[in-house]
Write a protein that binds this ligand. Sequence first.
Ligand code: MSP
Length: 597
Amino acid sequence: MRLNLVRFMMLAASATPCLARRLSAAFSPTVTRMTLRNIQSTTSDRWICRPSFAVSSARRSSSSLSAALGTPQTSFDDGKSPFEITTPIYYVNDKPHIGHAYTSIASDVIARFMRLSGRDVYFLSGTDEHGQKVEKTAAEKGLAPKDFVDEVSLSFRELLDLLNISNDYFIRTTDEDHMKAVQHFWKTLVEKDAIYLGAYEGWYSVRDECYYTETELVDGKAPTGAEVEWVAKEPSYFFKLSEYEDKLLEYYEANPGFIAPESRRNEVLGFVKQGLRDLSISRTTFKWGVPVPGDDDHVMYVWIDALANYISALGYPNMDEGSSFDKFWPGSLHVVGKDILRFHAIYWPAFLMAADLPVPKRLFAHGWWTKDGEKISKSLGNVIDPVELVEKYGVDQTRFFLMSEVTFGSDGDFSDEKMIFKVNANLANELGNLCHRTLTLVFKNCGKAVPSEIGQYTEEDEKLLATARKLRETASDAISTQAINKYVDSVVSMVWDCNKYIDMTAPWALKKTDPERMATVLYVLMEALRHVAIVYQPLIPASANKILDMLTVPEDERTFDHLETSPIKFGTPVSKPKVVFPRIDIPVTEEEAVPAK
Ligand code: MSP
């Protein structure tokens, strides 16, 4: 179908305000400069001096104050310990795209869910700012690398803010504290005799920032399709990766939940079983990197610098009792794309083992998005800009679609048609209309207040409320294994049950015949919707909270423990309901737009 895009954009623009404009105002250069100063002056406690672009207190849930319910125990998580969750740190050689948005949203959903469950969460994101790729791109643009990375890193922070991502900290690998931490990490590896000086020659892909062997190349390119270049013999420090083959295999064996999904775990196992070669971890032919301690001719391989962000952000090398490192490490969950699993599942645990540090508990590798069935690439001109998506469809709509359309872990295909269909069906029609119908009846027929008297619950009322009470448990089971789409399905299915219930009980017909029954049905619906909206907060935070406002749920009664303890109070005044999810107009084709003769 050919879309009349101009009309489509106009329609969308009239439906949603221009978020990008609001964003640039929110991130004035003054704010940014202050922010950077703050980070640099932060030495001892990163908790106190958070960057100002980290989540505002208003956006954080009040769960930190709530009693700890926890999440289900799994082989990789006890369900109650402090929880460090991370996104990959993003390369700053280009502006953010859908892949960055996807990883960030998925991690945010899990982080928010954990907070609402009473877990103490540290959610980390950031930018990966060193390496040949960044140095090259800055040079092409005629900019000094630091000026270039400052600009692009800011666009990633803006994206996180736009998508309502609740990260507790945003790390940059050019932060002084981080660079010192990486140098400390390197020195520890030297002390543990895990590094030696040698010489490297071989294939390197700048785009992937990855070394490849001759046998891995496919038609002269990297297996990812990236160009490779021959690195002529140059001095290089090596990490003794070959010594970790057995240790890694033993670790995977003893911790079957370490790598997920299962198919990705098998790929990693297969790769390691083929044998590991020592890894070149420094370069002398470019300068944009962390200097190797004691040998200024070398800069560190960008992946050793990047992976260490997960601990440097926790204040490493300070590992004292009571430090953030002590509290949150080993990290609970690294969310990564399938393309960077090798670095996280092989190099990272090997580096940590060599440094005598604990290995993280869980890695989850998600799939990749294609667009209308094609690989997304600049040359095909089909890159999806997440800022445009949000402008067209809205933040929560974008979050909802990306999280519900595919099984988390599998690849997904994006199309505007699928997005419009899903958002209109599940959000505008099923949830939005249900809220509107219920609350309009309460407003009009119950004296603009939650009913103050209700009758006995019938079997069907009890059944709906029992399903609602089970919702958190079902959602929790799904989230504890990162089955985000199953979590969404559980809420979508609850909303269906509510719609069946309202159609069956027809409260609109009861005002004259049985007002008490009408009040009971509406109260049951409000209670069921309270469960839906509380459990939906991690996925569609702003919309869920709008619904909770309309349901009269106090802001400090929206955590998971309030599901059981704090039902909606009888007689509370309600205001006139507002539309939460406007229907998205389906764009017409050019042919359809031609007036009939
Ligand atoms: N800098 C490294 C990560 C270092 S972590 C210690 C990096 N950065 S990246 O910017 O290239 O990629 C970030 C994430 O975006 C990766 O998880 C990657 O899988 C994801 N995506 C990139 N393109 C994607 C799609 N088309 N679809 C989904 N995610 C994809 O790698």
